[in-house]
Design a protein around this ligand. Structure first.
Ligand SMILES: Cc1cc2nc3c(=O)[nH]c(=O)nc-3n(C[C@H](O)[C@H](O)[C@H](O)COP(=O)(O)O)c2cc1C
Length: 184
């Protein structure tokens, strides 16, 4: 049964992580991907997904300030020390198209895919995007995963996915929506 939250946002984080962890155990999934900007959701995921293979995906360097990491380097180091894999890479569902859109306006297929996924909520788009980034970094085995995203901060969406690399996006399967917000 999908858990539907009335509102998007970080207040749903704990319930997302706990519900997703229960479902992962039922399905025998042991790989989890989680979006985290500053590390808040990543630390909570590390607490709850005990014994899982956790990949934390951050914003790309330069997202806020040129060449600067949004997640402090000391947080990345600490998350790795606690057993997580940390991935900071080009965003799979915007990439260079963001530069084209800024310079030329117009219509760009990857940005259309992103906005179409946002019809399910920001968190769904993010969960899919970070799963691609984790796949391309070599962090995943290719087995089904739990992927978690949110709206600005925290987590409000969890999916069960058959992951795929960016070059095989249409091989991805969204198997289950564990939770998502109703309104966004
Ligand atoms: C690669 C990446 C892309 C993201 N894109 C969006 C987005 O399009 N819309 C949105 O509301 N949040 C977006 N987020 C924010 C996440 O969904 C999530 O809420 C946030 O990273 C949690 O950070 P925290 O652990 O510091 O709270 C993105 C995060 C990452 C890492």
């Amino acid at each position: 049964m999908t858990v539907i939250f009335e509102k998007p946002g970080p207040e749903n984080t704990e319930q997302v992580l706990k519900t997703a962890c229960e479902r992962a155990k039922e399905l025998g999934i042991n790989e989890v991907v989680v979006a985290s900007t500053k590390g808040v959701t990543a630390y909570k995921a590390l607490d709850i997904f005990n014994g899982f293979n956790i990949t934390v995906v951050t914003y790309h360097c330069g997202f806020k300030e040129p060449f600067k990491s949004v997640m402090p380097e000391k947080v990345k180091t600490d998350l790795k020390k606690k057993g997580a894999t940390v991935v900071s890479a080009t965003h799979a569902l915007s990439g260079v198209e963001r530069s084209l859109a800024k310079r030329f306006s117009g219509i760009y297929p990857v940005l259309i895919i992103a906005d179409t996924l946002r019809l399910f909520g920001q968190g769904t788009k993010v969960a899919i995007e970070v799963s691609i980034m984790a796949s391309d970094s070599g962090a995943l085995s290719g087995s089904d995963i739990i992927s978690i995203g949110g709206t600005g901060r925290g987590a409000d969406t969890a999916l069960v996915l058959k992951p795929a690399n960016q070059s095989d996006l249409f091989e991805m399967r969204i198997r289950e929506i564990i939770c998502k917000p109703r309104d966004f």
